[in-house]
Write a protein that binds this ligand. Structure first.
Ligand code: G1P
Length: 354
């Protein structure tokens, strides 16, 4: 009888003489995640299964068995399908065939390039309402945690998006970081602030830190953890956190999550920017992103919202039709600078009720 993935994993682990915690450490996951897998309560993603197979030191046929039990196709089963595509291609008229082959080569080339590229740059937008109210010294202080987080994550270049006519902030730049600035002329949203950095970022994955979400304590390793996820899954990664109260829905971007990839990491199934009505579920987006360069094409295709602003969340929703996006659940200390507009709304609501 065919064994299921959970019992196969358990028997291979026991054969290797590993405790759950030991396997977890080798594969870089939490022990509870291994427990979930062995109880059949979670299905590992393909990269995760590959790491487990490596940690368990399996033979080729054991790997095949495990892949099949996990619902994945072993590579040798894909090969005949590829040759079938080859046969179909051969039947096409030459011009169509050449076009398709060129498209395939472009896709493969781009994929290879993306695999090679590491994230080096971080965009930090400070052209919104709040930063405009601060002096260069105050701005410098506010940016300190974001710069430290970037340095801890091993990033090497910061791109600050400034408001026009605003003096550059007085920065204490950690060792190893280079800072460049870009000016956002019209004040038309976060998506636009990201879009204008395209010339500097180029065709590379990059990080985004919104410095008014201040991460404290161990939380300062958030970007580092997100970059590790990017390296592993090669898709955009968002940080999300649980909703504290109903007002969070209208104040933040909201991500709906699907399948768990591993502990605290999920696939994103949908996104909404500050939804005000309808069925609202999900987690709020924290201002930390790792983005593939295709976000720029998505931003170009994104219509402005009702306030004529270009929203990054809307562009991510477009990107989601083409690429996977994962969400990292941030559970450490978070200090959110509440925008003045929200404080005023809260005050007016309180007056209404008084
Ligand atoms: C931005 C994003 C929103 C995200 C938030 C995090 O909103 O658009 O999706 O939840 O940052 O702080 P903003 O703060 O610019 O209104």
């Amino acid at each position: 009888m065919e064994k299921d993935l959970a019992s196969l994993l358990q028997s291979y682990r026991e054969r290797a003489g590993l405790k759950k915690a030991q396997l977890a450490q080798r594969a870089g996951v939490s022990p509870s995640f291994v427990t979930y897998l062995e109880k059949g309560q979670r299905r590992p993603s393909l990269p995760m299964l590959a790491r487990l197979m490596q940690a368990l030191d399996l033979t080729a046929s054991e790997k095949r068995e495990l892949l099949q039990a996990g619902g994945y196709q072993p590579v040798e089963e894909l090969a005949p399908r590829l040759s079938h595509i080859g046969e179909q291609l051969a039947e096409l008229p030459q011009s169509e065939r050449d076009e398709l082959i060129e498209e395939f080569s472009r896709m493969i080339g781009r994929w290879r390039e993306l695999r090679r590229k590491r994230v080096r740059r971080v965009v930090i937008p400070i052209a919104g309402w709040q930063p405009r109210l601060l002096s260069p010294e105050q701005l410098g202080k506010m940016l300190r945690p974001a710069l430290e987080e970037s340095a801890l994550a091993g990033l090497s270049e910061v791109i600050l998006v400034l408001a026009p006519g605003k003096a550059a902030p007085a920065l204490k730049v950690p060792h190893g970081l280079k800072v460049r600035t870009v000016v956002q002329e019209p004040q038309v949203g976060l998506g636009h602030a990201i879009l204008i950095t395209q010339g500097v970022v180029g065709d590379e994955p990059f990080a985004v830190i919104l410095p008014d979400d201040i991460l404290l304590g161990e939380g300062r390793r958030c970007m580092q953890q997100m970059l590790a996820l990017y390296e592993e899954y090669r898709c955009s990664v968002l940080a999300v956190t649980s909703v504290e109260g109903a007002a969070d829905f209208k104040n933040y971007g909201i991500a709906q999550l699907g399948e768990a990839v591993r502990e605290n990491v999920y696939l994103v199934t949908g996104l909404q920017e500050k939804p005000t009505r309808g069925r609202r579920t999900g987690l709020t987006i924290v201002g930390r992103y790792v983005l593939t360069p295709q976000i720029f094409e998505a931003l170009q295709a994104t219509p402005p919202d009702k306030n004529n602003e270009l929203q990054l969340t809307d562009a991510l929703n477009i990107l989601l039709r083409r690429q996977r996006i994962s969400a990292f659940v941030y559970t450490e200390k978070l200090f959110r600078v509440t925008p003045i507009k929200i404080l005023l709304e809260q005050l007016i609501d309180a007056l209404d009720e008084s």
